[in-house]
Write a new protein. Structure first.
Length: 217
């Protein structure tokens, strides 16, 4: 029994020595990361120093590509957003206005229930559709916004008329294709009229574009 006890430490020492050689370093490590190290280390150290950095580089590269794609898509959306936004605003304006067709004219009227005069109709449509407050009367509306040539009209622009000369006393909303929405006069309802022919073509004075409605709307 004493002889066996004396040989046991020697045998353990031999086994520990053999374990430090590359052939006993463990499957998958002896021929790659373990041999590349200047000094032997643990399995955890070998994984961190050998395999993990390369995997991290691949992940970083993929992340960079994804970020570039996302950035490009975001830039494209931002470039298209103003045009899409303005188009949507003009459509909302016209939808609200055309829904009021048939509402009776009433001098001083500003609501669907009470009727509209010309400026009351225009002010109501802009306020409820876009949250834009316009001056109460047509002659004051004709001083706001950007002046537009008749040939450059787009839906949503305001068109102004002088029924008794060169002074603005009537306003409507251009809806496209040479037509405009307005509340004409006592005894008539909110309607659509021709701008390029007939009575109103000869009474036209000017057009204005309200701030917030672009040329692409």
């Amino acid at each position: 029994m004493p002889a066996r006890q004396g040989k046991l430490p020697v045998l353990c020492g031999c086994l520990l020595g053999l374990a430090s050689l590359p052939a006993f370093a463990g499957p998958g490590l002896a021929g790659d990361s373990a041999d590349a190290l200047a000094a032997p280390g643990s399995v955890t150290t070998n994984l961190v120093a050998g395999t993990l950095p390369r995997a991290s580089e691949d992940v970083q590269f993929a992340s960079d590509v994804n970020q570039q794609i996302i950035a490009a898509a975001t830039a494209l959306q931002a470039a298209q957003a103003p045009e899409q936004k303005e188009e949507g605003r003009a459509q909302s304006l016209l939808k609200r206005g055309l829904a009021l067709l048939g509402t009776p004219y009433r001098w001083g009227g500003t609501t669907p229930e009470g009727g509209f005069d010309c400026s009351g109709l225009v002010g109501y449509v802009f306020r409820t559709a876009l949250g834009i407050e316009l001056p109460r009367v047509s002659r004051d509306m004709a001083r706001d916004g950007e002046k537009i040539e008749r040939t450059s009209l787009v839906p949503g622009d305001l068109v102004f008329f002088g029924r008794r000369g060169k002074r603005v006393d009537h306003v409507g909303i251009y809806i496209g294709e040479g037509r405009f929405l307005h509340a004409p006069r006592t005894g008539r309802d909110v309607t659509v009229s021709e701008l390029d022919t007939g009575y109103w073509s000869h009474k036209f004075l000017q057009a204005r574009r309200v701030a917030g409605l672009g040329s692409e709307s």
